[in-house]
Design a protein around this ligand. Structure first.
Ligand code: ACO
Length: 333
């Protein structure tokens, strides 16, 4: 809980404008109400103002009036936005008419509000699939300079405080990019280091995971991890990173020392980079269930502005937490 409380308390100081486009979704409107009441962020909702206020009042919510509410039907910048969108996606054949239609979709409108600096970040996914939340962001927000790939991090809060950083392990990519190249895997490591500092508040010690440690097995899949480690070191020579290594060599000191004696951080990793999305997604779910760890995420990284995707099974508290994380990302803290 300490971890989440720190992020929420930090986001209160930032006053970031976060858009929650799934505004007619019950958990989302409840979360918006609490976020406004506790002043965790400024909230932008999308929909008809009267209908939205009626929806909120039916549930006994009293703070929604304090949100900025944008109705796609009467939005005065729609024409200007559509023109700019068509210009941005000219090479993909997007016309202004098609862009106007896209702006009726709250997920696209939310993304464009960020693009044109009317909002600082977005949280969605309580009722939409990952791809539907991410596609507008991929198309219009794009990636940070020097980064080509968006990925998703989980902060795993473990019961056993001996692992990672006082019981916190950062896992990536567990959410977005199915089969990264070695260059992309290196970028994921570098971006995860930044997210670890910004959201976790600690210095990353990164293990590049494989089924082999320090050359114990020979396979093209291990070579990919070895090469990605080398590229990551080139991209950021200050990184504390090693690989390829197995998960036990990464997180258990005695095994790290034995299997990878020339590594300073083997056995002490607080960040685990998985070789692909299958291994990352499977691992976070197993640790969450078998070790009863709290999984905070996915926190999306690599986008030029923060947009975060919820699980469709999320709770009101999850939406509040993700809004605070999004505000922290927007604040660069
Ligand atoms: N980073 C940056 N840009 C990307 C990425 C990425 N990881 N993936 C796709 N893009 C860009 C493409 O370059 C393309 O840009 P362009 O239109 O300007 O040329 C655009 O996004 C669309 O690309 P597509 O390949 O058509 O992407 P698509 O929409 O088909 O797929 C998606 C993207 C949905 C994210 C896909 O990679 C995917 O399904 N990933 C897995 C998501 C998932 O199911 N995760 C597990 C569940 S989440 C959980 O358990 C927490």
């Amino acid at each position: 809980m300490e971890f989440i409380e720190r992020i929420i308390s930090n986001s209160k100081k930032l006053h970031k404008r976060i858009v929650l486009p799934e505004s007619f979704e019950e958990r989302t409107i409840r979360a918006a109400d609490q976020i406004l009441e506790k002043e965790i962020a400024d909230i932008i909702l999308i929909g008809n103002r009267d209908e939205l206020l009626k929806f909120a009042s039916k549930q006994g919510l009293r703070n929604i009036e304090r949100a900025r509410i944008i109705d796609p039907a009467g939005f005065d910048k729609k024409d200007e936005y559509a023109e700019k969108m068509a210009e941005m996606r000219k090479s993909k054949g997007l016309t202004k008419e098609q862009a106007l239609k896209l702006l009726d979709d709250p997920l696209y409108l939310a993304t464009m509000l960020i693009k044109f600096k009317e909002a600082d970040g977005e949280v969605a996914g309580a009722m939409n699939a990952t791809g539907d939340v991410l596609r507008p962001a991929f198309q219009f927000i794009k990636t940070l300079p020097g980064i080509t790939v968006v990925s998703g991090v989980f902060f795993m809060l473990l019961r056993d405080k001996d692992f990672g950083e006082n019981g916190i392990l950062v896992f990536a990519d567990c959410a977005v990019h199915p089969d990264p190249t070695e260059q992309e895997l290196a970028e994921i490591a570098v971006t995860t280091a930044k997210t670890t500092r910004a959201i976790g508040g600690f210095e990353p010690r990164i293990a590049m995971l494989s089924f082999s440690t320090n050359g114990s097995a020979k396979h093209a899949l291990c070579d990919k991890v070895i090469n990605a480690t080398r590229i990551a070191k080139d991209l950021d020579p200050t990184l504390e990173i090693d690989g390829e290594m197995q998960a036990d060599a990464a997180i258990i000191e005695s095994i790290g020392k034995k299997k990878f004696p020339n590594s300073k951080m083997a056995g002490k990793a607080n960040v685990l980079i998985f070789p692909d999305l299958q291994s990352g997604n499977i691992s976070y779910k197993l640790v969450q269930r078998l070790a009863q760890a709290e999984a905070i995420g996915p926190v999306l990284q690599g986008l030029a502005a923060p947009i975060n995707d919820l699980s469709r099974g999320c709770s009101v508290d999850d939406i509040i937490c993700m809004t605070a994380i999004t505000a922290a990302q927007a604040g660069g803290k």
